[in-house]
Structures are given as structure tokens and as C-alpha cells.
Write a protein that binds this ligand. Structure first.
Ligand SMILES: CC(C)(COP(=O)(O)OP(=O)(O)OC[C@H]1O[C@@H](n2cnc3c(N)ncnc32)[C@H](O)[C@@H]1OP(=O)(O)O)[C@@H](O)C(=O)NCCC(=O)NCCS
Length: 155
């Protein structure tokens, strides 16, 4: 399979289980997510909040068989700096483990780059954990620069 067989589309509520499984499908995510049947209601509450927020788009990559094989969240944030420029913020980029390195992640991120440009963003930013060296190589290849030191406070 290549990235060409992939459709990038907005996530639906029915995709939440598949998305949460994607988020759990890596060494960092497996300790953060709770994949149980049924899923905790907090996931659906968060999805509904994103759905109402018109500046946030949760996207999935769907293969030719209708399977969700990747996801990405893009927020477009208005701001005053840089003469009132908007910025795009990418979160939660995942590709299912048995479909990695086949161009799916690139399709998702290229969609976000196009969407940010179409919305007049002057900047597109993302965090990736310092341990994710393979992902850092992926983002650099797509044109991102490690220009800032990311700082977080986890509650
Ligand atoms: C990072 C990720 C989204 C890239 O999607 P993808 O479909 O595998 O990427 P593409 O096929 O478009 O590009 C391949 C590149 O992705 C990266 N990649 C591949 N497998 C990876 C993995 N298991 N973990 C992290 N990055 C990976 C590599 O940089 C690879 O390039 P290489 O050929 O030089 O090794 C995907 O691999 C993934 O979900 N990884 C695990 C979770 C993660 O790190 N997410 C990013 C959080 S910021």
C-alpha cells in the first residue's frame, strides 16, 4: 500500500474508538490512554468539544478498505503577534504501527500544511517528545525546523 490509496477526511464520532487506539499504539501513548470497552466518556466529551470549536479539525487517514489508519489534529489560532497572524498547531499525529513508513503520515501533515496556508497562517508549529527521534527526522524532512525549546507543565 502507498499513501496514494489514502483519503484524508474529518473524523466522525464513530471514529473515536479507532483514534484512541491509534493514540495508544506507541510507547508514550500506551501509558496515557485507556482503551476499554466502552471507552471512558471523557473521550467523547473531548471529541464533541472539538467538533463545536470551528478552529479545530480532527482528521483521519482512511485506507481503501475504510479502515482508519492515521490521525492528526489541527488548530488554527488567531493572534496579535506578527501583525495579527494566525498560526496552525498540529497535535496527535499517529499512524497505525503496521502501516508506518508507507507515506500515510506525510499525507496527513501535508494536508495540515495546505490547510494552514489556506487559512492565512504565517506559522505552523508542533511539539514532539524529545525521545521521538524517528518522528523528528520525519518532520524535518517535511520542512519543520527544531527552532524552539518546547516547555510543558503536566497536570
Ligand atoms: C511519526 C509518524 C506519524 C510518521 O508517519 P508514517 O506514515 O510512518 O511516515 P511516512 O511514511 O510519511 O514517513 C516515514 C518516516 O516516518 C518516521 N517513522 C517511521 N516509523 C516510525 C515510528 N515507528 N516512530 C516514529 N517515527 C517513525 C521516520 O522518520 C520515517 O522516515 P525514515 O524512512 O527516514 O525512517 C508515524 O510513524 C507514527 O505514528 N509513529 C509513532 C508515533 C509518533 O511518533 N507520532 C508523532 C508524535 S509527534
Amino acid at each position: 500500500m502507498t499513501g496514494e490509496a489514502i483519503t484524508i477526511r474529518p473524523a466522525k464520532r464513530a471514529d473515536v474508538v479507532a483514534i484512541v487506539k491509534l493514540l495508544a499504539d506507541d510507547p508514550l501513548g500506551q501509558n496515557r490512554e485507556l482503551v476499554v470497552e466502552p471507552l471512558p466518556a471523557s473521550y467523547y466529551k473531548a471529541f464533541d468539544a472539538m467538533h463545536r470549536a470551528h478552529h479545530i479539525q480532527m482528521m483521519v487517514a482512511e485506507d481503501a478498505d475504510g479502515q482508519v489508519v492515521g490521525c492528526l489534529q489541527l488548530a488554527i489560532l488567531p493572534g496579535l503577534s506578527s501583525q495579527g497572524a494566525s498560526r496552525g498547531i498540529i497535535e496527535d499525529v499517529r499512524v497505525v504501527s503496521d502501516r508506518r513508513s508507507q507515506g500515510v503520515g506525510e499525507r496527513l501533515v501535508r494536508w495540515a500544511i495546505g490547510e494552514a496556508l489556506a487559512n492565512g497562517c504565517k506559522l505552523l508549529e508542533l511539539f514532539t517528545h524529545e525521545s521521538r527521534v524517528d518522528a523528528q527526522r520525519f518532520y524535518k524532512r517535511l520542512g519543520f525546523q527544531p527552532s524552539h525549546v518546547g516547555m510543558t507543565m503536566r497536570f
